[in-house]
Write a protein that binds this ligand. Structure first.
Ligand code: AMP
Length: 446
């Protein structure tokens, strides 16, 4: 199958050919004809499937099919959860639209609003924005969305995860009722279905297999280790195996910062990226990582999502994600497009349930590799909730590494890690070593 046979115009086919793509990906093959016809679409596809070109190409063609005389207006709006994704999508719009006279603009927060206001005074046909900053512009009346013909919600599930639902609804409220709606999401939760129900008009439903669901090319490994020894194990794995371009996932921003600091102290160049970092810092980290100047990038799920870094040799789950699907997203960064990759998960005892859920989702057991010297202390038991004092901690697993929440009253606190080679003394607190309260917290991270 060719791009031309999907009904795309010469200018667009030329642009994709120049980009080096010869054949549409499955999502492109299915979505392009539907969008060209003008229908609504619900697309189940994650980053890495080629979804961006899947909606950008037909979107451009639809706009070209009906050129508007007179003053130009924003005719297509793409909403994305993150700045990185907004930047990437807008770059794609420019790339695929290079032979067309359409103008695009990206808009996100964390940067000065004035240049954006200035740009909005000029011609903008396609606006790619994150919801928060777009709302700022709407409130300041510096953007006019009353001529939008096509709306795209990209990574809608992430936008909901990030709490953008109200912002999205406010944006929807100012759009013309008559328009084409495209919604892309990697997962179809009830919340997404609800959003889709209210938004889409008899949509075509297209779902492409998660590219790495089967993950034949990904060598997946689980390394059992006590929580407090994860840093040491990761350092050893990176050094002993000479791993470069390692993407490490942590659950929290705080955890990402701590780990990056630690690796730097160990002479492993590392940077953390997450939502609290400035745009400039994120861009720099990503650029250095891509050019392999930076050995390790430590990221939270949200920060990593939507970033176009793929075919990485190593992805490490420093902590397992609470949501098993996120595991698939994470490891999907490696072993793409025929190249092999390794996905390593450092798993401590209270992550066993999470591991079990992941294995159930991917329908396979992950190979367990025990690194000598890092055997988990058998005295540490992952016990379910022991008393009310632990309640509510599940989400915060890993957040306070090294700064234990007071685990007072824990019956089994002897199971500290073997930091410094010392035998756990069995006391509730031993020199800043987290009590087993922390260990147990993850087990409830449902
Ligand atoms: P996306 O899922 O849109 O983030 O795209 C994932 C990656 O696939 C990007 O690096 C694209 O440049 C690339 N890509 C998109 N379409 C194709 C295609 N038809 N053939 C090969 N690579 C593609």
């Amino acid at each position: 199958m060719s791009f031309a046979s999907l009904g795309l115009s010469d200018e667009l086919v030329r642009a994709v050919t120049e980009r080096g793509y010869t054949e549409p990906t499955p999502i492109q093959a299915q979505a392009i004809p539907v969008i060209l016809k003008g229908g609504d679409l619900m697309g189940g596809a994650q980053t890495g499937t080629g979804k961006t070109a899947g909606f950008t190409l037909p979107l451009l063609q639809r706009l070209m099919a009906k050129p508007v005389a007179g003053k130009a207006h924003i005719r297509a709006l793409v909403l994305t959860p993150t700045r990185e994704l907004a930047a990437q999508v807008e770059e794609s719009v420019r790339l695929y639209g290079k032979h067309l006279p359409l103008k695009s603009m990206m808009m996100f927060g964390g940067v000065n609003i004035n240049p954006q206001i200035k740009q909005l005074h000029g011609r903008v046909d396609i606006l790619v924005a994150t919801p928060g900053r777009l709302l700022d512009h709407l409130q300041q009346k510096t953007v006019d969305l009353s001529h939008v013909e096509i709306l795209v919600l990209d990574e809608a599930d992430r936008m909901l995860d990030m709490g953008f639902i109200r912002d999205i609804k406010r944006v929807l409220a100012v759009l013309p009722k008559q328009r084409q709606n495209l919604l892309f999401s990697a997962t179809f939760s009830d919340e997404i279905k609800l959003l889709a129900d209210g938004l889409l008009n008899s949509p075509a439903l297209i779902e492409v297999a998660r590219r790495n669901q089967t993950a034949e090319l990904i060598e997946q490994r689980v390394y059992p280790v006590d929580r407090e020894r994860k840093r040491a194990l990761l350092t050893q794995l990176i050094k002993d195996n000479n791993w470069f371009q390692v993407l490490v996932f942590t659950r929290t921003k705080h955890g990402a910062n701590n780990l990056a600091d630690h690796l730097n102290k160990e002479d492993i160049p590392a940077m953390a990226i997450h939502g609290n970092k400035s745009q400039a810092a994120r861009t720099r980290a990503l650029a250095e990582f891509k050019t392999a100047k930076l050995q390790v990038l430590v990221a939270t799920d949200i920060a990593a999502r939507g970033i176009d870094i793929s075919e990485l040799p190593h992805v490490v789950n420093y902590e397992l994600p609470n949501v098993p699907e996120d595991y698939v997203h994470r490891i999907g960064r490696t072993g793409r497009a025929g190249s092999e990759g390794e996905a390593s998960s450092l798993v401590c005892i209270d992550e066993k349930k999470l591991l079990h859920d992941i294995e159930r989702l991917i329908k396979r057991e992950i190979t367990v590799v025990q690194v000598p010297g890092f055997e988990p202390d058998p005295r540490i038991k992952a016990e379910p909730i022991l008393n009310g004092q632990n309640r509510g901690g599940g989400q915060r697993q890993g957040q306070g590494r090294g700064q234990p929440r007071s685990g007072g009253g824990q019956p089994r606190t002897g199971g500290g890690p073997r930091t410094g080679g010392g035998k756990p003394a069995g006391g509730a607190s031993r020199g800043g070593v987290p009590s087993s309260a922390q260990h147990r917290s993850g087990g409830r991270g449902r």
